[in-house]
Design a protein around this ligand. Structure first.
Ligand SMILES: [Fe+2]
Ligand SMILES: [Fe+2]
Length: 169
């Protein structure tokens, strides 16, 4: 059985993943409003990934005989200044999530719950990828100043992103 402390922390993480989905859904809307359909697609795939992250935790809590307790979501940001601003907020958010995963891992280690430690390793690796992806796009956006012909090229590039659920997840 999961300890109460770990169960609470895992439920908090489910909330953070669903909150991430909600934030990216708002960013997707901003991109659609600005006719950046490719960037909107990037955020749509991001919402699907975050939903997957939440459900993977949700199913894990159930598998361990725990109780899933869903919590309230906050209203996501709606007033963005630019595409660059959105990606800066995305990077800051992913860094916050990485810290949260690390804190969760610290609790699992302190409690010696090896199943949780093993389970969370996937999230540790996933966060490396998340931060790297966003950092790369942000660098390109800054290079072109987030506008003009370069922006159209990035928009076309991001239109190609598809959600692929990890096979053994
Ligand atoms: Fe996530
Ligand atoms: Fe994420």
């Amino acid at each position: 059985m999961l300890s109460q402390k770990l169960q609470d922390a895992l439920n908090e993480q489910i909330n953070k993943e669903l909150q991430s989905e909600y934030i990216y859904l708002s960013m997707e809307a901003y991109m659609l409003e600005n006719d950046l359909d490719g960037v909107a697609n990037f955020f749509h795939v991001q919402t699907q990934e975050e939903h997957f992250h939440a459900m993977k935790l949700y199913n894990f809590v159930i598998d361990r005989g725990g109780k899933v307790v869903l919590k309230k979501l906050d209203a996501p940001p709606v007033d963005f200044k630019s595409v660059i601003d959105v990606y800066e907020q995305t990077l800051a958010h992913e860094q916050f999530i990485t810290k949260s995963i690390n804190d969760l891992m610290d609790i699992a280690i302190k409690e010696g719950d090896h199943a949780v430690i093993s389970f969370l390793k996937w999230y540790v690796d996933e966060q490396v990828e998340e931060e790297a992806n966003v950092t790369k796009i942000l660098s390109k956006l800054k290079l072109i100043g987030g506008e003009g012909h370069g922006m159209l090229m990035i928009d076309s590039e991001l239109a190609l992103r598809v959600f692929t659920p990890p096979a053994a997840a």
